[in-house]
Design a binder for this molecule. Structure first.
Ligand code: SF4
Ligand code: SF4
Ligand code: FES
Length: 640
C-alpha cells in the first residue's frame, strides 16, 4: 500500500474499503483473543477455511480473525454476519455443520447457541444475549469486527478519522479543551481527569515532551487493557497520536507487559502498518505533524504500573517509584514532561474527538462520564469483559449482565478496583459505578476489576489474600509499605488461625492509617483498602474468628473440623480411599472415623462422600458431637 499523503487519500481508501464490503456478504468471525486461542480458535479458523473450500464457498464467504468479544468463558466464540448469529464453545469439528447448515441454508446449529440459565431459552442473536444486551460497548464494540493485524479493517470502520479531525480542523488547544470538557477521567487508577494532566504536560516549559501508554495491568483477573491492545491496537495509537498533538509531543512510548505476547505482536504489527500508511511517523497525512511510537516490553511487576516506576523502567532501570514532589506530568521520562494514561483512557480519545465532548458527557453520572470496562469474575454465572455506562449499578452488572450467582448461592460482597480496592457488601449493591461513590464506600473504580464473592467466602481470609499479594508485589523501597504489609499479613494470618486478639483489630487499623499517610506510592497508600473495608462491613467475621474461633464461611482451615456422622455413614469406604493422609479409619461393615491429628482439612472426604449418604460434616467453632465414636464400630451397633 503506498503511503497516504492527505486526508483525502485516506477518505478515498475508506470509501473503497466500504464499497468492497457488501453488507449482505456472509462473514464468519472467529474470536482469536487469548482466551479463545487457549481453547483452540486458531485451529477453528483453519477448519472453517478447509470446510468452505470443501463445500465450494471459499470465494463467497469471508473469514475474519478478531480480538476478544468479552465472553471468554464461552470460547471459542463465533459470530456470523450479516445476521449476527452467535455461537459459543465452537470446536473445529463443528465447522462442517456450521458451513453446511447456517451458511448454506440459514439453519441454526442448536448445540452451539447460548442457553439462558434463567429461562432455559436458546438465544440466537448477539443483541438478545443478556451478557451483551445490557452493555454499551463504545470502546470494545469494534473488537468483534476488526482483524487487529489488518489496519484496513480499522480504517473501514472510520479509523483515524478522529486524528484527521484533530490535525486538520482543530488546534492543539481545542483538542485539549474537548478532552477537558468531556471530563474523561483516567481509567487505570484514581480517575484523575485526563484533560488536566494533558494540560500540565503541555504547559510545562521544557519543549521536549512525551506521551505514554500504561499497559502494565498487573491486577489478578484483569484483562481490559490486554483485550483492547490485542483486539484493536489502532484505536490506542490513534488516541495517543491525538494526545501527542495536543500536548506537543513528538515521541510516544507504550509500556506493555511481556506476558501479553499477543498484545505485543499485534501492537508491533499495528505500528508498522500505521507507519507504512503514513498515519504515524513524519508529516502525518501532510499535516506537518511528526510522531513516532516505541514499545517497551515490561517484565511484569505490579508496582511498575505506578507512573514513576513505569518511567524508570522505560529508562532501563529497576522499576521503582520515586517521591513525586514534582509530578511526572512535569518531570517524568528522562526528566521531561510526560503524560501517562492507560490503554482504555487513550482508546476513548478518538470517540471523544469524533463525537464531541457533549456526546461523552451525556453518558454517565455527574462526576464520572462515559463508559467503563470491567473484568467481571468470581462466583458469577457469566464472567468476562463488560462495558457499561458509568452510573450503572453494581447489582445490574452482576445480575443482568453476569446472570447472578452460580448454583443459586447468595452474594456476600463484590471487590472492586483490583487488589487495592475494597469489598462492598450486598446491601450496597445498588451503588452506581462512579469514581466518587466507590471511593466514599472505601473502594475504587481502579482499573475495573469486579470480583464477585458468595456466602462461602470468608472476608478475613480475602483481606489476608489481597494484603499478601500486595506484600509480595511491594518493591520494598519504603519501610511503611515493606514492613507494614508484612505485619498486616502476620496479624491477619493469626486471626484466620484463631490466634488473634481483639487488640489486633486496633493494630490493623492503626497500621493501615500510617501506611495510607507514609507510603511513598499508591501501592502502599491504597494497600489497606481491602482490609479496612472488610473491617468496616464485615467486622463481625473478625470478632467471630477471634472470640468464637468460628469461620462462618467454613474457609479458614485452622478453625475447621471434619467428622463422620455415625447415623449416616454406610461404610462405602469412598472417603477413606480419597483421603490423602490416610486419616480415615474404617473398613467393610464399619462406621468410619477421622483421626483428627492426621487430618489436613482438605475436604476430599466431604466432596466424595456420596450425596445419598451425606455422612461427612464440616464444622467450625463448635465441638464434635458426643455420639461420634473415636474408633470405627460395626455398622449395626451405631454409636453408643
Ligand atoms: S509504597 Fe511500597 S511499592 Fe510504593 S515505594 Fe513504598 S515500598 Fe515500594
Ligand atoms: S478432610 Fe481431607 S485429610 Fe481430613 S479426613 Fe477428610 S479427606 Fe482426610
Ligand atoms: S478471548 Fe474470545 S471472547 Fe475473550
Amino acid at each position: 500500500m503506498p503511503r497516504l499523503n492527505t486526508p483525502a487519500e485516506l477518505e478515498t481508501l475508506r470509501k473503497k474499503l466500504v464499497k468492497n464490503q457488501s453488507a449482505s456478504r456472509p462473514c464468519i468471525t472467529v474470536c482469536c483473543g487469548t482466551g479463545c486461542r487457549a481453547l483452540g480458535s486458531v485451529k477453528l479458523v483453519d477448519a472453517f477455511r478447509a470446510e468452505l473450500a470443501k463445500q465450494g464457498l471459499e470465494s463467497s464467504v469471508d473469514i475474519k480473525e478478531t480480538g476478544c468479544h468479552g465472553f471468554c468463558e464461552k470460547g471459542s466464540v463465533v459470530v456470523i454476519y450479516p445476521q449476527n448469529i452467535c455461537y459459543f464453545h465452537v470446536k473445529p469439528e463443528d465447522a462442517a455443520d456450521v458451513v453446511a447448515k447456517t451458511i448454506k441454508t440459514g439453519e441454526l446449529v442448536d448445540h452451539l447457541l447460548y442457553k439462558d440459565p434463567a429461562s432455559g431459552e436458546k438465544l440466537v442473536y448477539h443483541q438478545d444475549i443478556p451478557f451483551y444486551k445490557y452493555q454499551e460497548r463504545t470502546v470494545l464494540g469494534d473488537n468483534e469486527h476488526i482483524n487487529p493485524q489488518n489496519i484496513e479493517d480499522y480504517i473501514q470502520r472510520g479509523g483515524y478519522s478522529a486524528l484527521v479531525k484533530a490535525l486538520f480542523q482543530m488546534t492543539p488547544e481545542s483538542v485539549l479543551e474537548e478532552v477537558d470538557t468531556a471530563n474523561l477521567r483516567g481509567r487505570g487508577g484514581d480517575g484523575f481527569p485526563a484533560g488536566k494532566k494533558w494540560r500540565t504536560t503541555r504547559d510545562a516549559p521544557d519543549p521536549v515532551k512525551y506521551v505514554l501508554v500504561n499497559c502494565d495491568e498487573g491486577d489478578p483477573g484483569a484483562f481490559m487493557d490486554r483485550s483492547i491492545m490485542e483486539g484493536n491496537p489502532h484505536c490506542v495509537l490513534e488516541g495517543l497520536a491525538i494526545g501527542a498533538f495536543a500536548v506537543g509531543a513528538k515521541e510516544g512510548y507504550i509500556y506493555v507487559r511481556a506476558e501479553y505476547p499477543l498484545a505485543v505482536e499485534n501492537l508491533y504489527a499495528a505500528i508498522r502498518q500505521a507507519e507504512e500508511y503514513g498515519l504515524l511517523g513524519k508529516n502525518i497525512l501532510g499535516s506537518g505533524f511528526d510522531f513516532i511510537v516505541k514499545v517497551h516490553e515490561g517484565a511484569g511487576a505490579f508496582v511498575s504500573g505506578e507512573s514513576s516506576a513505569l518511567m524508570t523502567a522505560i529508562e532501563g532501570r529497576v522499576g521503582e517509584p520515586r517521591p513525586k514532589y514534582i509530578r511526572t506530568a512535569i518531570k517524568g521520562l528522562w526528566d521531561k514532561p510526560s503524560n501517562l494514561n492507560n490503554v482504555e483512557t487513550w482508546a476513548n480519545v478518538p470517540h471523544i474527538i469524533n463525537k464531541g465532548a457533549e456526546w461523552f458527557r451525556s453518558i454517565g453520572t455527574e462526576g464520572s462520564k462515559g463508559t467503563k470496562i470491567f473484568a467481571l469474575v468470581g462466583k458469577v454465572n457469566n464472567t468476562g469483559l463488560v462495558e457499561v455506562p458509568m452510573g450503572t449499578t453494581l447489582r445490574d452488572i452482576i445480575f443482568k449482565i453476569g446472570g447472578g450467582l452460580r448454583d443459586g448461592k447468595k452474594i456476600k460482597a463484590v471487590q472492586t478496583g483490583g487488589p487495592s480496592g475494597g469489598c462492598i457488601p450486598e446491601n450496597l449493591l445498588d451503588s452506581p459505578v462512579d469514581y466518587d461513590v466507590l471511593s466514599k464506600l472505601g473502594s475504587m473504580v481502579g482499573s475495573g476489576g469486579l470480583i464477585i464473592m458468595d456466602e462461602e467466602t470468608c472476608m478475613v481470609d480475602i483481606a489476608r489474600y489481597f494484603i499478601n499479594f500486595l506484600s509480595d508485589e511491594s518493591c520494598g523501597k519504603c519501610l511503611p509499605c515493606r514492613e507494614g504489609l508484612r505485619q498486616l499479613v502476620e496479624i491477619l494470618t493469626r486471626i484466620t488461625e484463631g490466634k488473634g486478639t481483639m487488640a489486633d483489630m486496633d493494630t490493623l487499623e492503626d497500621l493501615s492509617g500510617v501506611m495510607s499517610e507514609a507510603c511513598l506510592c499508591a501501592l502502599g497508600q491504597q494497600a489497606p483498602n481491602p482490609l479496612l473495608t472488610t473491617l468496616k462491613y464485615f467486622r463481625h467475621e473478625y470478632i467471630d474468628h477471634i472470640k468464637n474461633k468460628h469461620c462462618e464461611a467454613g474457609v479458614c482451615k485452622a478453625l475447621l473440623t471434619f467428622y463422620i456422622d455415625p447415623d449416616k455413614c454406610k461404610a462405602c469406604m469412598i472417603c477413606a480411599r480419597n483421603c490423602p493422609t490416610d486419616a480415615i479409619k474404617g473398613g467393610k461393615g464399619l462406621i468410619h472415623t477421622i483421626e483428627q491429628d492426621k487430618c489436613i482439612k482438605c475436604g476430599a472426604c466431604l466432596d466424595t462422600c456420596p450425596a445419598k449418604f451425606y455422612a461427612v460434616r464440616k464444622i467450625s467453632g463448635i465441638p464434635i458431637p458426643d455420639n461420634v465414636p473415636s474408633e470405627p464400630i460395626p455398622l449395626n451397633r451405631k454409636a453408643e
